[in-house]
Design a protein around this ligand. Structure first.
Ligand code: 13P
Ligand code: SF4
Length: 386
């Protein structure tokens, strides 16, 4: 069964509470050190927000979070800032300070469209870079510069240049979970919401039956199974999703008869084959909200279940815990400090920004469609690994 990843920031072994990474005491201490208190005004003002998270935060713990939440929301208004919160943020961030919430594709669209002067990215570094690429005139802040991603770290712009030399004329589709340098070397980006559609588009545009899809090996295999297109892939992996196995699913089905198993397409193909439904974090949320399964398990980062539970109170979530240590670097106190001190600004050299924007914008300009589901129950398909 998937286990907690060892965090430099002490998640309790065996704990399944993503907030345990920093903990209620951490938030309380952080608020006190910043001179923020749980006053009757703060209590009254944040009461409607507590309604959104009461399924995950016990009432007795709310006074630890509410002062930071109240102060952040005030600062946002005063500074004309917005917070873009990814689906993997802990619930007190996602539901209480996030202005726009969603998967990587939705957040990129919001970054391109917002009128705010400041964007605080409650997500990982590649997401903040994507915002900066799309909105270079805005100040983009990330609460912790160390919030990386194993996929983004797996490949460099120089790697992509070598791949292009080896496969001249083959279109390069790059997953958004990459650095701006890598995007700048690419023909078009994709996310897990639109990967199959983008790869099909690239094959049509380039009049080819071969497409390079970087850097996630498993996403590439899952797209190959979906599209029938010959995919040339890299060996990057998501350190969170690669841990799920088909045996996990068998154990879950045995322990929870009738459970519906949903998987993210960064999972291995064997997991996709054994799941009931697969798609981006937005697609998983849509499935739960629309279908209202009696009991469900989301094979993805564990804050997802907490966040989706707010929209599906009657659904019973089974929660194997698999934390993303990078996403969990983002905390309320980090967001507060970033906004208060205008710190951790993300910058990108102009020549990289301009070329990376072409690849991202091409993706955003494709016809908007609902996040596409990935096929499940299919045998794995091989890809050509560079
Ligand atoms: P989504 O695009 O599905 O939100 O995925 C982002 C991510 O980092 C998944 O691990
Ligand atoms: Fe990267 Fe995986 Fe974390 Fe997403 S969950 S940010 S892909 S390491």
């Amino acid at each position: 069964m998937a286990r907690i990843i060892d965090l430099p920031l002490t998640a309790g072994e065996g704990s399944c509470d993503p907030r345990a990474v920093h903990g209620t005491w951490g938030a309380l201490d952080a608020a006190q050190r910043r001179g923020l208190a749980y006053t009757p005004e703060v209590a009254a003002e944040t009461a409607p927000l507590y309604e959104r998270v009461k399924h995950v935060i016990p009432a007795v713990e709310w006074p630890a979070y509410a002062p930071l939440i109240s102060a952040i929301n005030k600062m946002k208004r005063a500074k004309n800032a917005v917070i873009l919160a990814h689906n993997y943020m802990t619930s007190e961030i996602f539901h209480c300070v996030g202005d726009f919430r969603g998967d990587s594709l939705q957040l990129a669209r919001e970054a391109a469209e917002t009128d705010a002067e400041i964007i605080v990215q409650a997500g990982v570094h590649f997401m903040a870079e994507t915002s900066k690429v799309l909105a270079p005139e805005k100040k983009v802040l990330i609460p912790d510069m160390r919030a990386g991603c194993s996929l983004a770290a797996s490949i460099t712009g120089a790697d992509v240049r070598l791949i292009k030399q080896r496969y001249p004329g083959v279109p390069v589709v790059t997953y958004v979970n990459t650095s701006a340098d890598v995007k700048a070397e690419s023909d078009i980006c994709c996310t897990s919401s639109n990967a199959a559609a983008v790869v099909e588009w690239a094959a049509r545009e380039w009049k080819t039956d071969r497409v390079i899809l970087l850097p996630d090996e498993y996403l590439a295999k899952n797209v190959a199974a979906q599209t029938g297109i010959h995919i040339i892939a890299w060996h990057g992996r998501c350190e969170v999703h690669e841990r799920f196995t088909a045996e996990d699913i068998a154990e879950l089905r045995e322990a929870h008869p009738g459970v519906i198993v949903l998987a993210h397409p960064e999972c291995p193909p064997e997991v996709m084959a054994a799941a009931d439904f697969a798609g981006s974090t937005a697609a998983l949320q849509d499935y739960v909200v629309e279908k209202q399964p009696r009991k469900v398990v989301l094979l993805t980062e564990c804050s997802m279940s907490d966040n989706v539970a707010q929209y599906a109170p009657n659904v019973d979530f089974v929660r194997p815990c698999n934390l993303c240590p990078h996403m969990k670097r983002i905390t309320l106190e980090g967001i507060y400090d970033a906004l208060a001190e205008m710190k951790h600004e993300v910058t990108i050299p102009e020549n990289v920004q301009v070329r990376a924007k072409l690849a991202i914008q091409r993706m955003l300009d494709l016809p908007k469609e609902k996040p596409r589901a990935f096929a499940t129950g299919r045998p794995p398909v091989a890809v050509e690994l560079v």
